[in-house]
Design a protein. Sequence first.
Length: 225
Amino acid sequence: MSTLQLIWDSKTTYELSSWDDAVHYAAQIVRPLHKTKNIYMVRAGPRGTEPGDVCAVKIAFGEEAIEEMRREAGFYQHELGSLQGTVVPNFFGFWTGQAQGQPMSCIMLEYCAGPTPHYSLRQQLEWKATQAVYALHRAGVLHGDLVDGNRHHFIPMGHDVRIVDFSVAVPHRCVRGLSQRAAGHGLDQICGCPEVASVERLFAARRPPCKETEMEEYWPPSRRV
């Protein structure tokens, strides 16, 4: 059994558990990371030690939300297992418990919040983001929220990119697992996968920003995981 001691404040601590591992964590809430979701920065570490690692936790309340989170955790544990730490955040566990009489759950992930990159890295990061989506689809996962210009799920991490938030992901058998553009056929011959096509258009159609100050809008900082 694995346990997580989630320290909310000096007066409130939640005890959660899981049957997945035999690791015992403590995590201290630092601050919220998202205005509308239960996502927080924490300092975490093995129980009995001073929590020092910066991580992110997502918290769900109620049976329906817990089942959705269990499903998201399953993607990290299985289909996305080989992509952790490169394409998606590292996943540390999924736990359930009680909070003030109602069921709750929590997943803990690598904290992804790199600085806004210099505009000279734009093309490299866009290509890394596109390759990351190809990797998701080769792994059999459709993210589900990368269309309509959604950039906030792509987090620059140095010279790499992480894709975050698999709350609406679904199993997916891509048309080819790799876009026709990647095979050298150009944008007019994008493969029949709508998510891949949308991401390719997103990162190919927009012109590079002219000033460094425009990068804030071009790669908006995100705390969504």
